[in-house]
Design a protein around this ligand. Structure first.
Ligand code: 5GP
Ligand code: MN
Length: 339
């Protein structure tokens, strides 16, 4: 997908008064960091801006600057719908298909606003009039920084913007370790630190915010629930709603659990299945060539990136695992050859 030009973005922005920024279902650090980073930038440009989320996000992101202004569609349906309908621009951040924003999708689709997509996930839909899409970007936050640079406005990047954008880069790169982390990422991060992002404080705010329940739940997942299949270089973890309740589950408590099995020597594919609101939410991670975006699209109505993707199953946990184990052998050769 071709990126739109600076002139095209400038033209759209110059005419806009009301701007919605919408991000995906179950927003993560990159979703919230990029949305709030862009929010502070557009406010500095004199726009009337609102960040809209389809549903709630984890507590460990509530400290982000601008958090109090975020509108949750599930809690403010009418207010959100009205603002989206009267917006001149709707930015859609960190996703690329209306399916990812559930009921909010219809509202955004029906709004006469110009849609601008800023995203780094694979295979975008083509609803947007203007695009700033790059699958090679480590995060949507990196793209928001590049967008501001394209607008020749990096002088407007203050501590608030820098803090939001640093947060999403930190979380989406797994603290700068995933392969999408490039020299360019580090140059942007250096700039963000120069402009006020406190790297140590942000890391603590994100990672040192565990409850006892969350840490014990992680321990339980690893010691009691992890199934390792060395012959196929795969490991998976399942978690029922009842098990989550036993550890006083709060939103976000299982984020990152899927990464742990990948740290086992030789494991190339990790899957996590959690019962949530009557469906099974799945997370997939891989190392190397095995493409979990394709796997999630094909078998679990999902998508994402080559090495990190998610999806869902409307069936029971037992059935979801049965399906998973049924299709897994199809990938045995690929996983075994995987470098
Ligand atoms: P996570 O496993 O952390 O929920 O998500 C991993 C990646 O896959 C994220 O980039 C996320 O946006 C994407 N993803 C998660 N769930 C879904 C889904 O149901 N559909 C699609 N298309 N992408 C998803
Ligand atoms: Mn992202």
């Amino acid at each position: 997908m071709q990126k739109s030009t600076a002139a095209e973005f400038k033209k759209a922005l110059s005419k806009a008064t009301n701007i919605s920024i919408v991000t995906h279902w179950s927003p993560d650090g990159d979703a919230m960091g990029s949305s709030l980073g862009l929010y502070h930038y557009l406010k500095a440009k004199g726009k009337n801006v609102k960040v809209i989320v389809p549903n709630d996000y984890p507590n460990f992101l509530y400290w982000l600057p601008g958090n109090a202004s975020v509108l949750n569609h599930q809690k403010n349906r009418k207010k959100v719908d009205d603002f989206v309908m009267k917006s001149d621009i709707v930015f859609t951040l960190d996703f690329n298909s209306f399916k990812r924003i559930e009921e909010l999708g219809k509202v955004v689709e029906n709004s006469p606003a110009i849609k601008i997509l800023i995203d780094h996930h694979q295979q975008p839909d083509d609803y947007a009039a203007l695009n700033f899409h790059d699958v090679n970007a480590c995060s949507t936050c990196e793209l928001v920084y590049e967008f501001i640079a394209l607008m020749k406005d990096t002088k407007l990047v203050d501590k608030k913007i820098a803090t939001c954008l640093y947060t999403g880069i930190l979380t989406d790169t797994g603290s700068f370790r995933f392969p999408a982390t490039t020299a360019k990422t580090h140059k942007i991060v250096a700039e963000l630190i120069d402009r006020g992002a406190d790297n140590s404080e942000i890391y603590n705010a994100i990672h040192d915010d565990n409850t006892v329940g969350r840490l014990k739940l992680l321990g339980y997942c690893l010691s009691e629930k992890m199934v390792v299949m060395e012959d196929i270089k795969t490991a998976y973890i399942t978690l029922s709603e009842k098990e989550q309740d036993e550890f006083f589950y709060q939103k976000g408590d299982t984020e990152g659990v899927v990464n742990y099995p990948l740290s086992i020597k030789g494991i190339k594919f990790s899957a996590f299945f959690a019962e949530r609101d009557g469906i099974i939410k799945t997370s997939f991670r891989s190392q190397g060539k095995f493409d979990v975006n394709l796997f999630a699209r094909k078998h679990f109505s999902g998508g994402g990136h080559k090495n990190a993707a998610g999806g869902k199953s409307d069936e029971s946990m037992a059935k979801a695992i049965e399906n998973f184990l049924k299709v897994l052998p199809l990938y045995k050769k690929e996983l075994s050859n995987n470098s």
